[in-house]
Design a protein around this ligand. Structure first.
Ligand code: EPU
Length: 432
């Protein structure tokens, strides 16, 4: 599937955020913890949710999706083995907790997802082992059992991994006794998940210094909940608003509190915004100027925001620097941007101040962007989801025609992106 974009059009108007991909898929996993019905509103219609629904059905879930309402019910876990079904995302490993709690054993395929660097699962496995899991590594999967049941434990993460935090929470809510997770991730999607689990009957809370504590309960019940708006979409559209010369874009349902760090960098680079009751308006009046920024775990500048922000920085006057400290290989999109006229060089040295796990490891995780560079339309192929959105943003502000191939990657995380951008005035067509 391809998108043909005739770039350089003035974009303005309103765009409503979809439900968050990274919240919705985890809410689906939470629904496996109960045999009762869970109803989700504002459910995003995206590829990652379809992949997740497909394998959930194979383990026994009944799933009905009608527009933006999804109803999930897993009366019984019928199959402890999660098949990869040809397409795998990051979610199967998160089902270990629910499957173990309800079935006593589980088998999940190795992870799929984006090609954004080395993505080990050691922190997930350490947490599960602490909670009583025995893990056997097979050719393409993990086979996990709990000979003595799931038992609460004290866990101290070497790094605040989002997925490992979620995994430990899922395994601990129905475990016997208290679990404490230190150095846990506290992203808004995780806080939202904690709220949802509380509504299902869990005892779970936040302590100081990234500590999450959980007192296991015997049973969880159903829930009705709205999926939170996608803060990654918000950042993508805000960057588009400022990169495309001065037209206002109102992002409906954008939540100020989820974007605090983003908004500061946005203002530093020369973007302007106004927070309203039902969303945030983004624009720019003057030229943009170069800045340096570093990605980090929440509440830092999110790694998923750096790709759209890099497009903005190609339109800023001077030398900007991005130090990526979350993933070791998240600049794969740079080659295509340079092909379109950008001037970006990547370095393996840490060009920043934050402590970084990639220091001295040789991965290209810092970028120097020299601006301002006009971009011109080209034929490009999407390497991964967020990079794909960066390509799309670049094509929208570039002069001339771009052809973007591999749109399925963008569709994994962005709902009907072409239609929604058309409403802002984009000249964009999908070729199936
Ligand atoms: N890590 C380890 N060991 C582990 C787990 C993680 O070394 O056991 C490392 C990773 O290699 C990476 C870092 O920790 O360098 C961060 O990984 P994390 O586990 O926090 O990320 P994740 O749970 O795999 C989620 C989102 C990502 C988002 C990150 C960071 C989902 C499905 N994915 O990934 O979103 O970038 O948190 O916020 O929730 C996306 O939506 O495009 C996306 C990649």
């Amino acid at each position: 599937m391809k998108l043909i974009i005739n770039g350089g059009k003035a974009l303005n108007g309103e765009i409503k955020l979809q439900g968050s991909k990274n919240a919705a898929t985890k809410m689906m996993v939470a629904s496996l913890l109960t045999d009762e019905e869970c109803i989700f509103e504002n459910f995003p219609q995206i590829g990652d949710v379809e992949i997740t629904a497909e394998f959930f059905r194979s383990i026994g879930s009944e799933i009905n999706i009608n527009g933006s309402i999804a109803v999930l019910k897993t009366s019984e876990i019928k199959n402890f083995k999660v098949e990869s079904l040809g397409r795998v995302n990051r979610i199967p490993i998160l089902t270990l907790g629910p499957l173990l709690a309800r079935f006593g054993k589980a088998q999940v395929p190795f992870l799929g997802g984006d090609k954004i660097g080395n993505r080990p699962v050691d922190i997930h496995l350490t947490a599960l082992k602490a909670l009583g899991a025995q893990i056997e590594t097979q050719e393409n999967s993990f086979l996990v059992s709990i000979p003595n049941g799931l038992k609460g434990a004290k866990i101290n993460f070497r790094y605040p991994s989002v997925g490992a935090t979620e995994n430990a929470i899922f395994a601990a809510v129905l475990a016997k006794g208290r679990t404490t997770i230190k150095n846990a991730a506290v992203e808004p999607e995780i806080i939202d998940l904690i709220e949802m689990l509380q509504n299902m009957g869990a005892i779970i809370g936040l302590g100081t210094d990234r500590t999450i504590y959980i007192d296991g309960v015997k049973k969880l019940g159903g829930v009705r909940r709205k999926v939170m708006p996608d803060r990654n979409e918000a950042a993508s559209f805000a960057c588009l608003a400022a990169a495309n010369k001065g037209n206002k874009i109102k992002i409906k349902e954008a939540i100020h509190n989820h974007l605090i760090t983003f908004l500061n960098e946005f203002r530093r680079v020369g973007g302007e915004y106004r927070v309203e009751n039902d969303g945030i308006i983004f624009w720019r009046s003057n030229g943009l100027s170069a800045i340096e920024l570093e990605t980090d775990t929440h509440p830092g500048f999110m790694t998923d925001w750096q790709q759209p922000f890099a497009i903005l920085l190609t339109q800023a006057d001077g030398i900007s620097i991005i130090h990526e400290t979350v993933y070791d290989n998240r600049f794969s999109y740079v080659k295509d941007l340079n092909f379109m006229g950008a001037n970006i060089k990547v370095f393996s040295k840490c060009l920043g101040e934050l402590p970084c796990r990639f220091n001295g490891e040789g991965q290209y995780h810092s970028a120097v962007i020299s601006g301002l560079t006009p971009l011109s339309g080209k034929n490009i192929k999407v390497p991964d989801l967020r990079a794909g959105m960066a390509h799309l943003t670049a094509a929208l502000i570039a002069q001339g025609e771009s052809v973007i191939e591999g749109v399925e990657e963008i569709d994994r995380g962005y709902e009907r992106i072409d239609e929604r951008l058309k409403n802002l005035g984009a000249d964009i067509n999908r070729i199936i």
